[in-house]
Design a protein around this ligand. Structure first.
Ligand SMILES: Nc1nc2c(ncn2[C@@H]2O[C@H](COP(=O)(O)OP(=O)(O)OP(=O)(O)O)[C@@H](O)[C@H]2O)c(=O)[nH]1
Ligand SMILES: [Mg+2]
Length: 357
């Protein structure tokens, strides 16, 4: 068994339990309590430690008919703050505009009112950014495909080492919890150890795997896997692919062929939240190459995003926004650790909370 494969697996395999995809996180009540507390403390003259947010926005509390000029310092501070969290300048400006629009012309007596107005404006603006042209309900689409007796096919693509195979296994685990039957297709026929790595996940999750070893054309392996899934009535085929740099022409050509030949239901771009704006560049180049190398009139592009290693980024959540913003594809999954359960939905409230911290 390839060393690569085993190293990755040991960490991942440990636990079982409900996938975090189905857990609702509630941040609102907690943050309100914090605010109230802050206000109480702010009013004491000997208060030592001020949050940046309260120190910027406190000064406008109680002012009648807030004008743009009253807001400028706070907006400037907000923009700078957002940019330290990897929010691209253009997006930071949009967010600040929404905040300005929500405050201008108003008289907000208390700091708490200002704080909640800003929070709501940020949330609305982020929902607008993060709810792109196409939203995808994967479970609904899986069931629709099942009614047509076709497997629903997802292809995982991305550069090397971002977490494609690990997160493919997490998605499989989540689908299993929804009584969806899954088959894995080992179409990374390039990197040594890749097939064994996927086989180990398949064995641990007791999921069938379709594999043809190495040096085969991954497009053909995927096609055979889909045929097999159609025969044996699998609901979903999850296609693992080799990592490739966005500028590697031969590998991008092979990926384009795989996508064109198999016309999957979902092309999922896997990107590290960690690398910040580099992931944005990868995503646009993948889309560009898929468009340029396609043989079809209407080339298939990236449909959705799986953001990995969210557990390692601290408060640098900005790349998630940029990726959706430039591609129009929604963040469908967020990988947040190395266990099978560590897969979440993107939570806008938690992002707002992180951005305003
Ligand atoms: N902390 C953390 N680590 C992760 C996450 N997802 C994947 N990893 C780790 O990232 C490393 C690479 O994961 P793989 O799944 O092998 O990545 P890959 O994209 O398939 O890699 P290649 O096939 O070589 O291109 C492994 O050590 C994983 O355990 C995550 O959400 N959080
Ligand atoms: Mg892999």
């Amino acid at each position: 068994m390839g060393e690569n494969g085993d190293n990755n697996i040991e960490v991942v395999a440990a636990d079982h339990g409900d996938s975090m995809m189905d857990k609702e996180e509630d941040f609102s009540s907690e943050s309100e309590e914090e605010e109230e507390e802050d206000v109480g403390k702010e009013s004491k003259p000997d208060k030592q430690k001020k949050g940046w947010f309260s120190s910027m926005f406190q000064s406008i509390a109680g002012k009648a008919n807030l004008e743009r000029s009253d807001l400028e310092p706070a907006l400037k501070a907000l923009k700078d703050r957002l940019m330290t969290k990897n929010v691209a300048e253009e997006i930071a400006e949009k967010l600040c505009e929404s905040v300005a629009a929500s405050l201008e012309g108003k008289k907000l007596a208390s700091f708490t009112r200002i704080s909640s107005t800003v929070q709501t404006a940020m949330e609305d603006a982020l929902v607008r950014i993060l709810t792109p042209r196409r939203s995808i309900d994967i479970l609904r689409d899986v069931h629709a495909a099942k009614e047509q007796r076709k497997p629903y096919v997802v292809v995982f693509v991305g550069v090397n080492g971002v977490g494609k195979s690990t997160n493919l296994a997490k998605v499989a685990y989540w689908l299993q919890q929804h009584n969806v039957s899954v088959m894995m297709a080992a179409c990374d026929t390039f990197r040594s150890g890749a097939v064994e790595q996927l086989r180990t996940h398949a064995r641990r999750l007791q999921i069938p795997i379709f594999e043809k070893g190495y040096e085969k054309d991954p497009a053909v392996v995927a096609k055979e896997a889909i045929q097999e899934a159609t025969h044996n009535g699998s609901d979903v085929v999850l296609v693992d692919t080799a990592g490739r740099m966005q500028d590697n022409e031969p590998l991008m050509r092979a990926l384009s062929k795989l996508v064109n030949l198999n016309n999957p239901d979902l092309v999922l771009f896997v990107g590290e939240a960690l690398v910040g704006n580099d992931a944005v560049d990868q995503l646009s180049k993948f889309n560009q190459k898929l468009a340029d190398l396609s043989t079809s009139q209407n080339p298939r592009l990236i449909d959705g995003i799986l953001l990995t290693k969210f557990d390692t980024i601290d408060d640098k959540v900005g790349a998630a926004l940029s990726m959706v913003y430039i591609s129009g594809a929604p963040v469908m999954f967020v990988g947040c650790g190395q266990s099978y359960t560590d897969l979440k939905k993107l939570n806008v409230k938690s992002i707002v909370k992180t951005l305003l911290k």
